[in-house]
Design a protein around this ligand. Structure first.
Ligand code: SF4
Length: 738
């Protein structure tokens, strides 16, 4: 009999006899860990895996406590179906639940057409699941309406990468290179809380004499480590980057030789930057001119230097341009296209990188191919055994898809996401979810979104199934199953297999992850994110393989369709061996050393200019709100809020504000404050701190209920990436009484 929430703890039913090397289920660092059999009811315990090069054994509290959720009391261990007579979710058999989902999706399609059925995925899904979900949407459902929560996370950096370099991989170099460069500008990242084991690379950088500049409106734990902390007003990072580029030109620090040899578009980008003189930038950002000059001195004096961005500059209605401005700074100074230098994005979600490469994004096919490219459609349709003309075109982006629920999109299948907490303007999204004709959710726990569903399908967790993810470096790694899921739980792949069969596709959706990965390899062959030379065995033997990694000539599955060498892979890496000998491609740890992935091999400057946030303070809403994460919670908190140790460390939301603002409001530490925007009101205790600007308040976004930060945030979208402006909106802060 399946357990409903609140029943007795579920127990992982079977444990492997030996220890298993695997990876953390949470963030994009994908720390290596070993799961050792344990007498505890979860069946395994985490031990250090020092041999894995990215985290070298270090784990944060989230990774260390990850097994706790394997037997949580709130774990779903059987399907739930909403009964028409009671209106409540009640236990059901898998047969009944799957029949209800298949019929719910089919009925919506029959009544309103294929695009009335939506699919919403997640950046935590393995590559195999992301691939199978995209194929399921386009082949079985025939819908264009698929996107995923990774759109909220890294899409602006991805778009800027594509524009400048012709290819998007978060870091074009291994993370270890960071400790060997000369200077890092870290923009809008609080690594010390979001991925603590990565902080050691910045510490090593400084111990070796390198300089660290942190750009963040708050003095975070990461900013405390910096040689220089620049604290711009939220939403002005673009102006800051332009002001720095202006100074690079004014102070004669431009690398003219590099620009002439390896770039295009400098004249236009230079002209745009020259319109942002330092005093103007100081007025816009609040960062004093001498600090701008100091930053440029450190960055240009270093023989090698990097800019790393994260959600701060990316989650803005001008996020693509903002990242583009930081890339321009790297290009103008020649800090790109050579070892230990360049621009990188610190991807956030566990499989944020792989999740955006293999087809769950609205405009994409596997291998990072474009859905509107006829050759890409033909290739992938060939692998799928369908007519390319039957594949739908690009669909809506994540927020636009959620906004269309109950309107043009009337039925939704959701996997690995909790938009009721994580989407901007969340109260509106909640009302959209409630207005659906049919909602099915596959999840590990009864998340806030799952609680609204007509059918909830309980699925296996990271330690209970095998699959690949791609970490922030572009390193494809293998998570291995260490325990069996509880009886009554199935894998996401098994769910898609069963649904596809009910909808007329007996074949083409295997539940075995390695079988799915082998098909993914064929589908990605020749695409920008080419995985065709990567196998489970190679990943295990090599501690991960960096894409692109084409299959060697003669190894099959190539289809003769490679796009040519546009990835910066050197000639020594081209996979060609002596006649008759098949040589494996080594993978590509470092991109762009020979050439950029554009048609002409040159990086592209993109001229960008500052513009205000979509919503600036005014008399009614005079304060800026910025949002983010804390050390002991992860994303919407669906998992981490159910781990006792993490919940004790970070039990709820708060409003961080400066003492000057607190005095003005009459606020005292711990008293409830209401943060009110044009979209709604969130209430949380005051946390008074000098580590934030007086014109700004900060709220973490991990919680539902009255303290839900995303009730307040602005869904204004970047015109290129369609990423919402989570990082800045105008609010009023007031005492909330009791
Ligand atoms: Fe897991 Fe990220 Fe923490 Fe590493 S840093 S243990 S991947 S949450």
């Amino acid at each position: 009999m399946p357990h409903a929430p609140g029943d007795a703890p579920a127990t992982a039913s079977a444990t492997t006899a030996a220890s298993v090397d695997t990876h953390c289920p949470y963030c994009a660092l994908q720390c290596g860990m070993t799961l050792r059999p344990s007498a505890a009811d979860v069946g395994v315990e985490v031990v250090e895996r020092t041999a894995f090069p990215v985290n070298r054994g270090a784990l944060c509290g989230k990774g260390r406590t990850a097994p706790a959720l394997l037997s949580s009391r709130v774990r779903l261990t059987g399907p739930l179906v909403r009964r028409p007579d009671t209106g409540r979710l009640e236990p059901a058999t898998w047969e009944e639940a799957l029949d209800r989902v298949a019929e719910g999706l089919a009925a919506t399609r029959r009544a309103h057409g294929p695009d009335a059925v939506g699919v919403f995925g997640g950046g935590g899904l393995t590559n195999e699941k992301a691939y199978a979900l995209g194929k399921f949407a386009r082949v079985v459902l025939g819908t264009s309406q698929i996107d995923y929560n990774g759109r909220f996370c890294m899409s602006s950096a991805a778009a800027a990468h594509q524009r400048a370099f012709g290819l998007d991989r978060g870091l074009p170099f291994p993370l270890a290179d960071v400790s060997r460069t000369g200077c890092v500008i870290l923009v809008g990242s609080n690594l010390a809380e979001t991925m603590p084991p990565a902080l050691r690379y910045l510490t090593e950088l400084r111990e070796a004499g390198g300089r660290l500049i942190v750009v963040d409106p708050r003095r975070t734990r990461t900013a405390e480590q910096a040689d220089l902390h620049l604290a711009p007003r939220p939403g002005t990072d673009l102006a800051l980057a332009l002001g720095l580029l202006h100074l690079v030109v004014a102070e004669g620090r431009v690398d003219e030789e590099f620009i002439a040899r390896q770039t295009t578009g400098w004249a236009e980008a230079r002209a745009a930057a020259m319109a942002h003189w330092p005093e103007l930038v100081e007025r816009i950002t609040g960062v004093p001119v001498p600090e701008l000059r100091r930053a440029i001195g450190m960055f240009c004096d270093a023989e090698n230097a990097m800019v790393l961005t994260a959600r701060g500059p990316e989650q803005q209605s001008k996020g693509t341009d903002t990242v583009g401005a930081w890339i321009n700074l790297c290009l103008a100074t020649g800090h790109a296209g050579r070892p230990l230098s360049g621009y990188g994005c610190l991807t956030g979600q566990g499989n944020g990188q792989g999740g955006r490469e293999h087809g769950q994004k609205a405009d994409q096919l596997p291998g990072y191919r474009k859905l509107d490219d006829p050759a890409a459609r033909a290739h992938v349709a060939g692998v799928w055994g369908v007519d390319p003309d039957t594949l739908p075109g690009p669909g809506r982006s994540a927020y636009e898809l959620l906004d269309a629920l109950g309107g043009e999109v009337r039925g939704l299948l959701l996997m690995g996401s909790n938009p009721l907490v994580s989407a901007p303007r969340a109260a509106h999204i909640e009302s959209r979810l409630r207005s659906l004709d049919f909602l099915a959710v596959a999840d590990v726990v009864l998340s806030e979104t799952a609680a609204l569903a007509d059918v909830v399908l309980p699925v296996a967790q990271w330690a209970e199934e095998t699959g690949t993810t791609t970490n922030l470096e572009g390193r494809v790694i293998l998570r291995r199953a260490a325990v069996s899921p509880p009886p009554g739980v199935r894998t996401d792949l098994a769910v898609l297999n069963a649904l596809a069969a009910r909808l007329g596709w007996e074949k083409g959706f295997p539940a075995d992850p390695e079988e799915v990965f082998d098909e993914l390899r064929r589908a990605s062959a020749g695409g920008p994110a080419d995985y065709s030379g990567i196998t489970y065995r190679r990943i295990a033997e090599e501690d991960g393989v960096f894409w692109p990694c084409p299959a060697p000539a003669g190894a099959g599955d190539r289809d003769g369709e490679r796009d040519g060498d546009r990835t910066g892979v050197g000639p020594e890496d081209d996979g060609a061996g002596p006649a008759g000998v098949v040589v494996s491609h080594p993978g590509t740890p470092r991109l762009f050393l020979e050439r950029f992935a554009t048609v002409d091999g040159r990086a592209r400057f993109v001229p960008v200019t500052h513009r205000p946030a979509a919503e600036e303070p005014d008399a009614e809403y005079p304060v800026l709100l910025t949002t983010g994460r804390v050390l002991s919670q992860y994303q919407s908190g669906a998992q981490t809020r159910r781990v006792a140790e993490l919940n004790e460390a970070a039990p709820g939301p708060f409003v961080q504000l400066h003492p000057l603002l607190a005095d003005r409001l009459g606020a005292v530490e711990g008293a409830p404050l209401a943060v009110v925007s044009r979209r709604g009101r969130a209430v949380a205790p005051a946390r008074i701190s000098r580590d934030i600007r007086p014109d700004t308040v900060f709220m973490p976004f991990h919680w539902a209920g009255p303290g839900r930060a995303n009730t307040v945030t602005n869904p204004a979208l970047d015109p290129v990436s369609r990423m919402p402006e989570f990082k800045v909106c105008a609010v009023r802060v007031e005492l909330a009484g009791d």
